[in-house]
Structures are given as C-alpha cells and as structure tokens.
Ligand binder design. Sequence first.
Ligand SMILES: [Zn+2]
Length: 260
Amino acid sequence: MHIHIITDLEGISGVTDISQIDYDTDGYEYARIRLMADVNAAVRGAFNGGADTVTVTDGHGRGKNFIDGALDKRAVNINLIELYKQGIHKQVDAVMFVGTHAMPGTIGAFLDHVQSSVSWYNYYLNGIRCGELVQGGAFFGSYGAPVIFASGDEAACSEAKHFFGDIQVAAVKRAIGRNKAEAYDFDLCEKIIESNAAAAISLADKIKPYTVSKPVEIIVDFTRTDYCDRAAERPGVERVDARRVIKRIPEITDYLSVLL
Ligand SMILES: [Zn+2]
C-alpha cells in the first residue's frame, strides 16, 4: 500500500495567526516545527496502519517549508511535479492531506483560500465551487486513488468529508474569524493525527476516488480585472467576462492541469 501525503501550512497545529504564513518571521519558524510534528504523526500513522511506502509533498508556497532532516526517515519527500514526471502518481493507492484549509468563502474557516488569497476569488471544477482539497483529490482521483484522511482546522475537516465521504479527519484547531485560530492541545493533535491516519488505511479500498466527468471545465473568478487580464493570456484559457476565465481540458492528467 502506497500512501501519498500532501502538506500545507495553513491547517497545521500551532499555526494560529496569519502572520505565521510570512517567511522570515519567528512565527513562520515555529510553524515549520509544528509542520514536521503533524506530518511525522501522519507518516507514523500510515505505517502503523499497514502502508509499505509513504511519499510526501511539501505543498505550501515554494514547497521549501520542511526542516532539513526532520522528516521521518521512512518517508520520501518529493514535489508534485517530480512525482508526476517520474510516474509515481500512478502507483499511489490513497492520499492524505495534512495541514489543509477550506476553500474561499467558507464561514468559520482559518485562512480560507484557493491558490492565491489575493487574486483568486472563486474556483469551479465542472461547475462545482471548491478549493485545494478537491484540486488534489481530483488529480489523484483520475488515477484511481481516493483521499482517505485530512487534518486542518474544523472547517477544512468538514469540507474534506463533504467532498470525499466518510473519511478519517483530525481537527487541530478552530478558527476565530479568518485570520486567527484557537489551538488545540498539541500532544493530543499528534495523537489524533497518528491514530486517525492509521485507521484511514483500511478505507483505501472503501472510499471512492474523487472523479470528474470529461471533458473537464475549470473556471476561475479573480478579485480584479488586471489579474484576469494576465490569466487570459495563457494558452487554452478563454476569457468569459471582466473577472472570469474558463479552461477546458479533455481530462485531468497532471496536477497543474486543474489550475490555469
Ligand atoms: Zn498553503
């Protein structure tokens, strides 16, 4: 059983203020420590539950948030583009999200957004408004791998269950408005991530992969017309109105194909 874990930073335990997302701050350095604690708890859980192979993608920003040498030695760190280039995505049996966040426009969610908090207002995949959970889920789903576990704030966990079904989740905090959160006890968070990730392994052949009908239609609404101007120049992207673009692809092949 090959498990692939995708991490993000906004939904990590101990990331409770928007300022922690800015690189080169003390809060960010602390966020990295908690990121390693959460991802390693999920790696332990995956192996405890029966996984033979665990690959991990550092999915936040430039993908350079992991602390060198701190990832559980049994897991392989690989970025999504490299994973795709090497064809590893075809071997993945199930996917786990660690530190994930809700889609933009979610009430009671910490740092809700999709791709860019500044420029992306709404994202639709085949007419369904969604966020990064579904983007990743649809990529791996097109190769037959379901999402079986997610950790993040309460809202992210609810969203994961909404889209993927009765999967295992681990809520590590509760939002207080968009830019602040109330942390839950860290030891407890790690324990719950580890035990629920382990329990999730048995769902790999029960939960359906997230699939979308073909051809695939991607719509992005931007916050401003100038962001839309730039996006509309990309090949295959068609402008619908001042702030909306549409992209139609025959099928989802790689992770980037569900973006613009
Ligand atoms: Zn992020």
